[in-house]
Design a protein around this ligand. Structure first.
Ligand code: AMP
Length: 284
């Protein structure tokens, strides 16, 4: 009998000790998880490095990623400046990046100059790499706005493959005739990409940039024939993106919102509509 009690007592004590070890391990693991450290206790109690794990609330944090779509001259650049100032995020304009490369005569600039001058699209692989590199930079970690990208289904798919969730795609719709009339009066500050129009959005002093006072230029590819070519390219290669994103926005588990707005009218009124749309979120 005494021997039986002794044996039971020893078994109970062993069980309690084992349990203690288990809870100590679990507590260590939980502490590490809740502090989101880069270490985790493995079965041999050695500290091992694992890939950085975001805490749940950060994973769920909605980072603004916006896309502006629309034909050349629809006002994407102007609206992009207003939105990026309001949301404090960088504007990524592939057109501006390419123009800067052309101006500095970098290998990229030399490669794409004749393509952009003719109003054609730069090959997808070049643009996709360029955007991937740009959005990997630290200023994009809290969101960004894409202006002029994507322009083909292949570019949209490449963006989607990065797994960066896009919140809003806004199409700024403007009829072709209005575009042709608009672009003929458009001038640009090459260093910043700020755009003006001699009638609709004139600079404070004719021919000079409001902020720097530097001279404005008329873009090479804003000549009427080139604009017609760019519009044809838009209808053929970029317009299919409208239904691509519309369908994506209809998926119940996708947080993307797709909207079309008219780009005809006073800039401030269009901006008001755009900012209102961007303040709304789809619950998924
Ligand atoms: P933008 O200022 O956005 O109108 O762009 C000017 C020119 O740069 C276009 O006509 C194209 O030749 C080229 N470009 C800009 N973005 C892209 C893009 N996403 N894909 C291909 N070509 C582009």
């Amino acid at each position: 009998m005494t021997k039986f009690f002794k044996l039971t007592l020893i078994s109970c004590l062993s069980l309690l000790m084992l349990n203690g070890c288990f809870w100590t391990k679990e507590a260590t693991k939980t502490r590490h998880d809740s502090h989101s450290t880069q270490t985790e206790t493995d079965s041999s109690d050695k500290e091992v490095t694992v890939s950085a794990r975001q805490p749940q609330n950060q994973e769920q944090k909605k980072i603004p990623v916006f896309i502006l779509l629309g034909p050349p001259g629809c006002g994407k650049g102007t609206q992009a400046q207003i939105i990026t100032t309001e949301h404090n995020i960088p504007q990524i304009s592939t057109g501006n990046i390419l123009r800067a490369a052309i101006k500095r005569e970098t290998p990229l600039g030399l490669k794409v100059k004749s393509i952009t001058d003719r109003g054609l699209l730069v090959p997808d692989d070049i643009i996709i790499n360029l955007v991937k590199e740009r959005i990997a930079q630290s200023d994009c970690k809290n969101g960004f706005l894409l202006d002029g990208f994507p322009r083909t289904i292949a570019q949209a798919k490449a963006l989607s493959n990065t797994n960066i969730p896009v919140n809003h795609v806004i199409e700024i719709a403007v009829p072709d005739e209005t575009i042709i009339e608009r672009i003929s009066g458009r001038c640009i500050h090459p260093a910043s990409g700020r755009t003006y129009h001699i009638c609709n959005n004139p600079p404070k002093r004719a021919g000079t940039d409001d902020i720097t006072g530097e001279p404005l230029i008329h873009r090479e590819d804003d000549q009427q024939e080139t604009v017609k070519q760019r519009l044809a390219v838009y209808h053929e290669q970029t317009q299919p993106l409208l239904s691509y994103y519309q369908q994506m926005s209809q998926q119940a588990d996708n947080r993307l919102c797709f909207n079309t707005i008219s780009g005809v009218g006073p800039i401030e009124e269009i901006a008001e509509t755009v900012l209102k749309i961007l303040s709304q979120e789809k619950n998924v």
